[in-house]
Write a protein that binds this ligand. Structure first.
Ligand SMILES: Cc1cc2nc3c(=O)[nH]c(=O)nc-3n(C[C@H](O)[C@H](O)[C@H](O)COP(=O)(O)OP(=O)(O)OC[C@H]3O[C@@H](n4cnc5c(N)ncnc54)[C@H](O)[C@@H]3O)c2cc1C
Length: 355
């Protein structure tokens, strides 16, 4: 079968790789030129206890997680999670592209806006064109306006860093319904980001607060960027010979905006559906969409949390049971910690509603 994939982010390259391994003829169309980065360079990743890290190759392990609310600071130590460099010239997408380009043809500087542009040349088209997918819109699969928007304001900063240490700030001065974080690229460079979710994020305000934070810590700002994510309602993720994967299908966790795992997972499910002629929508309903259920609890908390609520939440990590489960490094125990934390978050959200 001849298959076209539109977009060469993590979802597009993962789908291409899986389809190629099944023996299909695959071609990728990427709107950016070969030398231009497809996303701003930054560090992404996750803690194991959130179970949203794709099983790829990490660039760095996370050994110390510092969580700060306005009045509390908590340190969690051990085998907590890992990070990837994304975007730029050395991010995981660029490395994946280099790995597959010997066996899969990547057409750079080729923007595709409708699957009809490729009609007649391919049996199947996969839309992996990222957030606000034009292909999904043109095919009538997604709503016109987003249900939710995530905005990341990011700086690359210079300073002294421990590459296995990350700090997360939970407070309303640094982000709206979200969080801010610093993840080092190395001992001298780091990615400092404020990630907010909401349709009217005061980007300027958070940029200013982040800048003040950098100055107060003695970090020198090297460059800055703004990156988006959007969530849409979908009537279906497949129409005739068109399939949608990754951010293009809004497969991003609605609480924290994590999408790497879901991008890779939807891409693999799509490849399986194409290869075995299975119903892609049913596969997603069985194996991916239910995982977003628990995210709604956390999202609800973020939507209404005051700085005092953030203090109470961060205080939950003082509970020795939660702390030991997170620090155990064992996935099954870390999952239990998540269940306890989500229970706490539900209690806090109820209190907020009663106020
Ligand atoms: C600030 C920020 C922080 C994040 N942090 C994390 C994190 O810590 N952990 C995590 O798991 N996730 C995180 N995410 C989300 C994660 O990065 C994305 O979900 C993931 O990269 C999406 O991959 P994708 O392949 O679906 O889309 P993209 O990486 O956006 O790839 C889409 C590709 O399609 C190309 N394209 C677009 N339109 C066309 C067209 N018309 N024709 C041809 N090509 C086209 C683009 O150039 C691009 O290469 C974060 C996102 C943001 C914005």
């Amino acid at each position: 079968m001849r298959i076209a994939i539109i977009g060469s982010g993590m979802a597009g390259v993962s789908c291409a790789r899986a389809l190629h391994s099944f023996g299909h003829e695959v071609e990728i169309f990427e709107m950016m030129s070969k030398d231009s980065p497809t996303r701003p360079r930054q560090m992404e990743g996750s803690a194991h206890f959130l179970d949203n890290v794709p099983k790829l190759y990490p660039d760095q392990n996370l050994k110390t997680l510092e969580i700060r609310s306005p009045s509390h600071t908590i340190l969690l130590k051990g085998n907590i999670g890992f990070f990837y460099e994304v975007g730029g010239e050395t991010g995981i997408e660029a490395r994946e592209r280099r790995l597959i380009e010997e066996s899969i043809s990547i057409n750079y500087s080729r923007r595709v806006e409708k699957k009809e542009q490729l009609e007649g040349q391919f049996d199947i088209v996969v839309a992996a064109d990222g957030y606000s997918s034009r292909i999904a819109l043109e095919a009538g699969l997604r709503s016109k306006t987003p249900t939710q928007v995530g905005i990341g304001v990011g700086f690359t900063v210079e300073g002294d860093f421990n590459p296995e240490w990350t700090t997360i700030w939970l407070n309303n001065q640094l982000s709206l319904h979200g969080y801010a974080y610093i993840i080092p690229f190395s001992t001298t460079e780091a990615s400092l980001v404020s990630f907010s979710i909401g349709k009217n994020v005061p980007v300027k305000t958070y940029r200013k607060s982040l800048r003040q934070l950098a100055v107060s810590r003695g970090w020198k700002i090297l460059d800055e960027w703004v990156d988006f994510e959007s969530w849409y309602d979908f009537s279906s993720y497949q129409k005739d010979n068109l399939f949608v994967v990754g951010n293009a299908g809004s497969f991003t966790d609605p609480a924290l905006g994590f999408g790497l795992k879901w991008g890779v997972k939807s891409a693999k499910l799509c490849a399986e559906a194409i290869h075995k002629n299975l119903d892609y929508n049913l596969l997603l309903e069985d194996e991916l969409l239910p995982e977003f259920g628990s995210c709604q609890v956390l999202r609800k908390f973020f939507e209404s949390a005051s700085d005092q609520d953030y203090d109470r939440f961060v205080g939950s990590f003082r509970n020795p049971l939660v702390r030991n489960l997170v620090q155990s490094g064992r996935p099954i125990l870390q999952k239990l910690a998540l269940t306890l934390l989500l229970r706490r978050v539900t209690q806090l959200s109820k209190r907020t509603l009663l106020r």
